[in-house]
Design a protein. Structure first.
Length: 243
């Protein structure tokens, strides 16, 4: 299959973590790990663009030996090893208050949500099994109607409208002077759609949400992290051919 457009290869690769580098059980793919290291070895920086929190993303960044910035919490937090401090683009306190209010309106809803909320800086995440329709209906009629509600495979995110992977990557690119036309991105869930729209080329892994497959330039026939073996082969081959 053709992974890349003719006459082009990415100078930067942005990748989601949950459901993309991992499977449905949150287990990291060794194929993905080795492939991302190959990209870095060939001078193509990898950006982690994730809904996960900064400590989790930083740990993965550190142990994989990556060089690109990190776009965390769906673009709500941006971190670069050369910066003195992270850029926090929204406050998670409002989203947390909205979650507490939702628990008073929807019987059984757990306002404390998923475990990683203890580290969240710009948003708040409820369990993925909560009733999305009821949450959306309640939020729409509340004082928090301006908040976005996005379900991924691992959580329901309550976040400020300025928080999206696309907006986060845009601000990141401005700060490090990167051209969006040089970025390829890989993802699997609805929170990746803004990233797909922002980047020049997008790849949906096998197992992705249908709406994400519909939006992607390429849909992988391989599940989750297995996508990265042939994709990275194609990137490196294109770089050699075009250099």
């Amino acid at each position: 299959m053709q992974w890349l457009p003719d006459g082009w290869y990415p100078r930067i690769v942005a990748v989601d973590i949950d459901g993309t580098l991992t499977d449905e059980n949150k287990q990291l793919s060794t194929i993905a790990i080795n492939s991302l290291r190959r990209l870095e070895e060939n001078g193509i920086p990898v950006v982690l663009s994730t809904g996960n929190v900064r400590p989790v993303a930083y740990g993965l960044w550190r142990f994989l030996g990556l060089s690109g910035p990190i776009c965390c919490e769906n673009g709500g937090v941006i971190w670069h090893s050369k910066w003195n401090q992270p850029l926090i683009r929204a406050s998670g306190s409002e989203a947390h208050q909205a979650a507490i209010w939702l628990a008073s309106q929807i019987e059984g809803l757990d306002a404390e949500g998923i475990e990683s909320n203890k580290w969240r800086e710009s948003e708040w995440c409820l369990f993925p099994y909560e009733d999305l329709e009821k949450i959306e209906e309640a939020i729409e009629k509340s004082e928090w109607s301006h908040l976005s509600v996005v379900r991924t495979g691992f959580a329901i995110h309550l976040m400020d409208p300025v928080v999206s992977k696309g907006q986060g990557l845009d601000e990141m690119c401005q700060r490090v002077n990167w051209d969006r036309e040089q970025i390829l991105c890989v993802g699997d869930a609805p929170n990746d759609l803004s990233m797909f729209e922002f980047c020049h080329w997008s790849v949906a892994v096998g197992g992705a949400f249908d709406v994400v497959k519909d939006a992607a330039d390429v849909v992988s026939p391989l599940l989750h992290g297995d996508t990265f073996g042939p994709l990275v082969d194609a990137i490196i081959e294109a770089k050699i051919a075009l250099s």
